[in-house]
Write a protein that binds this ligand. Structure first.
Ligand SMILES: Cc1cc2nc3c(=O)[nH]c(=O)nc-3n(C[C@H](O)[C@H](O)[C@H](O)COP(=O)(O)O)c2cc1C
Length: 201
């Protein structure tokens, strides 16, 4: 699908029908999503594919987000790894087995952990959130490309999600992505005219 067409096809899908989503399609979309760039190629994300505990996730969402999540056959909970040094070492460990050069190993095992140790909380938070945003956009477009609807949801109680899904506190909840098929005919939402958002220097 052409990029413009793909973007025009994507809408916030807020109501899903009964059609189940094939786990293989979800896996494929996640795999494609992870082609997204990330700072230092740190790939600090974790995707938790929720089916059985969807109702429990819905119960910690705010307002109408509850019904959206309840109607979705799948919700993907996106987390990021707050232990960036461990994440870098994980890449070295797994990538190393695939013949990383000495230089690459040194980068992930030493240089990167050393750099992360200087980050303050704000820097780390920005780092995680930005990388999460990029992979999320890729995921949503990858789903759209397979004809699968989705919505991105920030309105839920982040302080409860780790417990609900039994995810270690090392991982920070970023957002939820509902996934499914819809019978709704979705219309494009408003966008500011492009000249309103461009400045030239
Ligand atoms: C970071 C982010 C958070 C969002 N949170 C919610 C949410 O909590 N509930 C909801 O119904 N939609 C949420 N949305 C969907 C937006 O409302 C929607 O993308 C926007 O209105 C534009 O519409 P469109 O996606 O159909 O183009 C969120 C979208 C983004 C990118």
């Amino acid at each position: 699908m052409k990029f413009l067409e793909l973007n025009k096809k994507r809408h916030a899908t807020k109501r899903f029908n009964e059609k189940p989503v094939d786990p293989k399609d979800v896996r494929t979309a996640i795999e494609i999503a992870t082609l997204a760039p990330s700072a230092h190629n740190s790939q600090p994300w974790k995707f938790v594919v929720v089916r059985e505990r969807n109702e429990e996730v819905a119960n910690i969402a705010f307002g109408s987000n509850q019904d959206q999540i309840k109607s979705a056959p799948v919700t993907i909970a996106l987390f990021t790894d707050t232990d960036l040094a461990q994440r870098a070492r994980k890449i070295a460990r797994i990538g190393g087995a695939n013949n990383f050069s000495e230089e690459q190993l040194q980068f992930y095992m030493q240089n990167l952990p050393a750099e992360y140790s200087h980050y303050d909380d704000q820097q780390k938070s920005d780092y995680l959130a930005l990388n999460a945003g990029l992979v999320t956009m890729n995921l949503v477009l990858a789903l759209t490309d397979q004809g699968i609807g989705s919505n991105i949801i920030l309105g839920y109680d982040k302080s409860k999600i780790n417990e609900v899904l039994e995810i270690d506190e090392r991982f920070r909840s970023e957002l939820l992505i509902t996934v499914g098929y819809t019978d709704d005919k979705l219309e494009p939402s408003y966008r500011l005219p492009v000249d309103e958002i461009i400045e030239k220097r």
